[in-house]
Structures are given as structure tokens and as C-alpha cells.
Design a protein around this ligand. Structure first.
Ligand code: ADP
Length: 487
């Protein structure tokens, strides 16, 4: 099958969150199973183009925008063997020369242009069997390519992209088509994600539980009616984890490597599980934490309300009160939350058991995943979540709230001692979260053998892209079987 993926992020070039990892992991596994995959991405100025192989100018294309024609240069290159097209618009507003991926006042205009240019580019390359769109940034491609087979993946329903009739007119979408994706809450506005939900042949979220949650009034983020009308084409496929990138045995960011092996296979085997203890020591040295018999509780997250900010704040002191140490790596686009965490950081600046890093840092993230004993993921909602899967792979026990993809991947060991792989809580209550954290701490201190068993079990589980890719292929195929699409 020839598949084109269109998205705003792609790891490792342009990454804000999980979307970037999905693009790389899914595309690579599709390519490994013999499918032809191409990716279309904006040419952000913040991409490190040294990471792109065979970068070359592919061609110039013209796109209609606000009644005028603007050229774009299309670059092509390879990332880990995958073909990527980068769109560089020559619009006076230099849409992708902002030193960032999102967060500009005119994000709507930037991705409107990107969508139009992606459609124009797709007319110039071999016709694909299927176009896979991701999130609201690419949502308007669906009505523009109504006659093509399209699939939409919703990575996070909280972001929908809204605009006006004149916005979508700019890229050639007429009033009649646009009227179909009026925002459910404010019919004067148009909803870009809704346009893809309506016009795509299939829609999925990134976990089965999240697919169910978005059909509830509270979870639907204003799209209750739309999602119910189209629920027969809505499914959930859990994200995989890129096991070549996230591998404690080969991770280039780690100063030592390990596997789940408890005993060495030979006298030259230096990769047994106890090396994780060595990385814990390195982590402490790096963060200037005291070297004591204490578990390290880690947290790696965007600091936004979705991630359960009140639980994260609570965990800082509570982890220490319970005899542990706490490490946070998080950055926030929200100035209020940012300020709050900066104040907390100042308060604990020289604390022997607390280290807070308020920035995005890939290398440190890897060391925290490896050197911590536990990772908290107390999300209010979580479409899939990758950090709990990375934690499992690195032998770090996840403590999660039972929501969305966290519910689908983490089973509480106290509920199911045989198959459990972490700790979980249900209610959005600090007391419940604290109890789960307490249970984890107690097991770490009092039942080290059981803890080790839990670590090994989690490391051996398979959350690679193998299974999800099969599900995506089945979804792609269903689009061809089911040619009669109910709009
Ligand atoms: P989301 O996409 O909602 O941010 P996910 O759990 O799906 O959440 O993916 C988060 C990804 O971003 C993970 O790979 C995680 O390691 C990474 N990440 C989050 N915050 C940071 C940070 N401050 N520094 C480095 N990596 C981070």
C-alpha cells in the first residue's frame, strides 16, 4: 500500500509531544512490513537539517491563499530511511520561520497554508492509496481531498482548531462544504477537526478507552453530537513505542546499558539489571541528590492541566515524606503554571531529595527514565500516553490515573498480582493518588523481591509498534472494503 502521512510533528526533527513519536514509529513499522510510506511536514526553521539524509530541493509548487498564488519550495530528504517532504512557503509572513513548532498567534493561518500546500504537493507525486491525517492541523485536507481515501487520527481532542468562513475560503473550501463543519458549540465558527471527522473515511483515537471517553458528554470537548453521528467509523488503537529509540540496552544518551537479565550470561556480560542501580547513582550525582537507600520518583511531562498538575505538585513533598526522592522534568507553555513551578523550584533549590528541571531536555529525560524507580503519570485525561510505556521498558514502575491509554496499558499489581505492571488510582482525588504512591513506596521498601519481579515483568512486555501497525493496516483495509461512506 502507498500511504502518505501528513502531520505537524515528526521525531526526532520536530517534536513537541507524543504525536512526533507516533509519526516516526508507525511510519517505520509500516515501511518495515513492505509498505510505501511518505511523510509531509512543514519546513520549520528550528529543524536540525543535519539530521536529514539526502536533503534536496524536490520542486516548486504554487498554492492559492486568500485569492493570490504563493509559491512553496518542496524539499525532500530521508529520516531513518523514510521519505519526508518539507514544505517551505514563500509567503511574506514566513509561516514556519518562527523558531518554534506551535504557539504563534497565527497558528491557524500557518496550518491553513500548510494544508493547502500539502494538497497541492500530493497532486505532484504518485497518487497514494491512502492519506493519513493527524490532528486539527491537517483536518482541512479531508474536505479538500474528498474523493480520496483518508484516515484521521485524533491524538488529543482538546485541540480542535477553529476559524471563520473567510479562513477556509482562503484555501478554496466553499461555503457549502464549510457549512458541514460548523462548530457544535458556536455555529458562527468552523471547526477544523470536525471537518476531518466528517470527511475522513475512518477516524481513530490513540487508545480504545479514549475512544469510549470522547463519546461521553464530558469527554467530547464540545463534539458530542458530531462524534455520535460518526461513531460507526470511530475506533481506538493504542500507540506503540519506538523500541529502537527507547532501548536501555543501546540508548546513546545513557552512560551504561542494561537489560532485564538478572544474572550475567558470561563473565563479559555487563548489561544485567543491576546496571540500572548504577544509572540511579549517576542521576543522583548529576542532580546533586543525596546517595541514600531511597526510591526515586520521576515525572516527565508537559506541565499543563491535562497532566494532573495538582497531583504532580502533591507528589513532590509526599514522595519525600514517604522516604523517597523526587525528580521532575517538565516545561510549561502556560505562564501561570510556569511561574508556580519556578517558585516551587526555588523553595527546594538545595534540597537533598528534590530536583526540579523546568525545561525540555531529551538527554536528561532518558537518564530519569533509566535511573528512577517509579514514574508518576497522574493525568486528568490521557489519549494514550507514552511515558508510562517508556518507563516500563526502562524498568521503572508507572503510577497512573486510570484514564484513556493509561487504563489500557497499566494494570494495578494489587488488583492482579500475576499480570500487574504498575499502580493506579481512579478518582481525581489527591487522597487516592497518595494512596497509590504509598502502596508503591511500601512495596519498594518492604518487598524488594516482588518489586524486582514487577520491574522484570514490565521490561519484558511488548508495547512495540508491531501490534498497533497491524491494527492500522486493518483500519486502512477497512476503508477500501467499506467504500460506502456515511457522511
Ligand atoms: P504528550 O504528547 O501529551 O506530551 P506523551 O506521554 O504522549 O504526552 O508524550 C510525551 C513525550 O514527550 C515523551 O516522549 C516524553 O519523554 C517527552 N517529554 C515530555 N516532557 C519532556 C521534557 N521536559 N523533556 C524531555 N522530554 C519530554
Amino acid at each position: 500500500m502507498h500511504i502518505i502521512q501528513v502531520a505537524a510533528e515528526l521525531a526526532p526533527l520536530a517534536k513537541v509531544g507524543g504525536l512526533a513519536d507516533v509519526l516516526l514509529g508507525l511510519s517505520r513499522e509500516l515501511a518495515n512490513t513492505g509498505h510505501r510510506v511518505e511523510i509531509i511536514l512543514p519546513k520549520y526553521d528550528c529543524i536540525n537539517f543535519r539530521e536529514v539524509d539526502e536533503l534536496t530541493i524536490f520542486k516548486q509548487i504554487d498554492s492559492q491563499f486568500q485569492g493570490k498564488i504563493y509559491p512553496s519550495t518542496i524539499w525532500s530528504g530521508k529520516i531513518e530511511g523514510l521519505s519526508v517532504y518539507f514544505i517551505e512557503p514563500h509567503h511574506p509572513r514566513l509561516f514556519f520561520n518562527r523558531g518554534c513548532i506551535y504557539g504563534c498567534k497565527d497558528d491557524r493561518q500557518r496550518f491553513l497554508f500548510f494544508s493547502r500546500a500539502a494538497v497541492d504537493l500530493m497532486q505532484e507525486i504518485d497518487e497514494p492509496d491512502l492519506i493519513h491525517l493527524h490532528d486539527w492541523h491537517t483536518g482541512l485536507i479531508a474536505p479538500l481531498m474528498e474523493d480520496k481515501k483518508t484516515v484521521l487520527t485524533i491524538h488529543n481532542l482538546a485541540y480542535q482548531g477553529r476559524g471563520s468562513y473567510s479562513d477556509v475560503e482562503k484555501i478554496g473550501i466553499g461555503k457549502k462544504q464549510a457549512a458541514r463543519f460548523k462548530d457544535d458549540r458556536n455555529p458562527k465558527r468552523l471547526n477544523f477537526l470536525k471537518s476531518a471527522i466528517i470527511y475522513c473515511n475512518a477516524v481513530n483515537t490513540v487508545s480504545p478507552s479514549y475512544a469510549k471517553e470522547i463519546l461521553t458528554k464530558a469527554g467530547s470537548k464540545g463534539l458530542y453530537r458530531t462524534l455520535h453521528r460518526h461513531k460507526e467509523k470511530l475506533t481506538g488503537i493504542i500507540n506503540g513505542l519506538d523500541y529502537t529509540y527507547w532501548n536501555p540496552m543501546t540508548d546513546p544518551y545513557l552512560p551504561a546499558h542494561y537489560t532485564s537479565r538478572e544474572k550475567p550470561e558470561s563473565e563479559h556480560d555487563f548489561h544485567t539489571l543491576d546496571r540500572k542501580g548504577y544509572l540511579k547513582k549517576i542521576l543522583r550525582e548529576k542532580l546533586m541528590l543525596d546517595e541514600q537507600h531511597r526510591p526515586i520518583v520521576g515525572c516527565i511531562a508537559r506541565l499543563v492541566p491535562q497532566k494532573g498538575v495538582k497531583f504532580i505538585k502533591h507528589a513532590i513533598k509526599s514522595s519525600v515524606d514517604k522516604g523517597g526522592q523526587f525528580v521532575l522534568l517538565g516545561s510549561s507553555p502556560d505562564p501561570k503554571i510556569n511561574k508556580e513551578f519556578h517558585q516551587i523550584r526555588l523553595k527546594y533549590e538545595a534540597h537533598p531529595h528534590i530536583a526540579l528541571f523546568l525545561k525540555h531536555q531529551e538527554e536528561l529525560a532518558h537518564l530519569i527514565f533509566a535511573g528512577s524507580d517509579m514514574l508518576i503519570v497522574p493525568s486528568i485525561f490521557e489519549p494514550c500516553g507514552l511515558t508510562q510505556l517508556i518507563a516500563l521498558r526502562y524498568g521503572t514502575i508507572p503510577i497512573v490515573r486510570k484514564t484513556g491509554g493509561l487504563k489500557d496499558t497499566i494494570l494495578d499489581v494489587d488488583e492482579d498480582p500475576e499480570n500487574g505492571n504498575g499502580f493506579s488510582f481512579t478518582k481525581k482525588s489527591v487522597a487516592e493518588f497518595d494512596a497509590a504512591l504509598g502502596r508503591a513506596m511500601t512495596m519498594w521498601f518492604e518487598e524488594p523481591d516482588r518489586w524486582r519481579h514487577l520491574v522484570v515483568h514490565g521490561m519484558k512486555q511488548d508495547f512495540s509498534w508491531k501490534h498497533p501497525t497491524k491494527s492500522y493496516l486493518a483500519l486502512y483495509e477497512s476503508v477500501f472494503k467499506d467504500s460506502l461512506v456515511l457522511h
